[in-house]
Design a protein around this ligand. Structure first.
Ligand code: FNR
Length: 365
């Protein structure tokens, strides 16, 4: 098919831009305010070089990672992104099938246009004998009854971890959306996880609430109300990483929301070394933001990430060719990671150590 001719994540972005309504393209590509952080995420990887070892590689390279008891065939996960039906008819069903086929973990967004139970069923059906792993991204709702109902939906669907996004006390300011007047889904789509949430108002879809009043007490409450592993997504300050660990969380996803919340936040890859040092091995650290190449993945793993997430690349894949497009994006990244690991003289992910990463010539670091 034509997909065979597509060799890079960048090409998927270009095709997506041609195919999508410009208003929807802007919603996906854009970030907050001047988009300083959107650019910084990608540029951060560009300012790092890889310094390979020689004569110590292997023909068999195991790229799999185990996270909270779930296996991923590679250290590239699907970060949660909203509204997949905006870019392809099957929406998150297509994403779940692509993830299951690739054997990787999908973090299902709370702002999904397909209910999490249906997403999980699609993943299981596509996985055959495999055991697909789905995690659920949660925005804690100020009304704790709503939060309780959402956790029950995710747990009943078989999700194996909760990824709580904590970088959104208020919504980020995407000025492209403001200019385009894009502030809601078309009427035929909705955030299905919030439909009839408490069983009392058939057909009703609640709005996702952002709350600046959320605190560590809410994380303690959550810890007592679920047995699922809890990851926090969007912790950036190393001091907050330490506090999170003291509150018993199980993992951290170092993320600046793809530059969509506070603008001028540093690139996640630039924060990673200090963050990993603060965590000091107590919980796995994952990273997302600007990952477009296998070399980006290898740099993040070498600097201490257990795995990385991709957001926009999956949406570009879906927009280009639905399930097949997202699958192709994942397989391209897998091939690039494997190829990079081989060229680094590594036998597997454990050989990716910080000494392989150097500042690029001409960078000011
Ligand atoms: C997001 N992101 C996001 N995060 C989250 O916790 N819940 C969500 O519903 C969404 N929705 C969303 C929509 C779109 C269109 C984008 C681009 C991003 C952030 C996402 O999980 C991730 O942090 C970034 O996308 C990672 O950066 P890259 O890979 O897009 O550069």
């Amino acid at each position: 098919s034509g997909l065979e001719a597509m060799l890079t994540v960048r090409e998927f972005e270009a095709v997506a831009q041609r195919k999508l309504d410009p208003v929807h393209y802007d919603y996906i590509a854009g970030g907050s305010r001047d988009e300083v952080t959107v650019r910084a995420n990608e540029d951060g990887f560009g300012r790092l070089s890889l310094l390979p070892r020689v004569l110590r590689g292997s023909a068999q390279r195991d790229l799999s990672v185990t996270l909270f008891g779930g296996q991923s065939s590679m250290p590239v996960l699907i970060s949660p992104t909203a509204f997949h039906r905006l870019v392809c008819a099957e929406g998150e069903i297509a994403t779940a099938r692509a993830a299951a086929r690739a054997g990787t973990i999908m973090i299902a967004s709370m702002a999904s246009t397909v209910a999490v139970g249906e997403v999980a069923a699609a993943a299981r059906a596509a996985a055959g004998d495999g055991d697909p792993t789905l995690w659920f991204q949660l925005y804690l709702q100020p009304d704790m009854d709503d939060t309780t109902a959402l956790i029950a939906r995710a747990t009943d669907a078989g999700c194996r971890a909760l990824v709580v996004t904590v970088d959104s006390p208020v919504l980020g300011a995407n000025e492209r959306n403001q200019r385009n007047n894009f502030d809601d889904l078309p009427p035929e789509m909705a955030c299905e996880n919030l439909r009839n949430l408490r069983g009392d108002e058939p057909g009703n879809v609640r709005q996702i609430a952002m709350s600046p009043e959320l605190s560590w007490e809410h994380i303690d409450w959550l810890r007592e109300h679920t047995r699922l592993p809890i990851l926090l997504k969007g912790v950036l300050h190393p001091e907050d990483a330490r506090i999170a660990i003291a509150h018993g969380i199980d993992g951290l996803l170092l993320s600046n929301h793809g530059g969509r919340q506070l603008d001028t936040v540093p690139a996640t890859i630039d924060l990673l070394p200090e963050f990993v040092a603060a965590v000091d091995g107590s919980v796995p650290v994952l990273l997302d933001g600007g990952v477009r190449r296998g070399t980006d993945v290898v740099k993040a793993l070498a600097l201490g990430a257990a795995a990385v997430g991709v957001g926009r690349p999956i949406v570009w894949g879906l927009a280009t060719a639905g399930e097949e497009g997202a699958t192709r994006v994942l397989e391209l990244l897998r091939d690039e990671v494997d190829h990079t690991v081989a060229l680094c003289g590594a036998r597997g992910l454990a050989d990716l150590t910080p000494d392989l990463v150097r500042p690029a010539a001409g960078s000011r670091r």
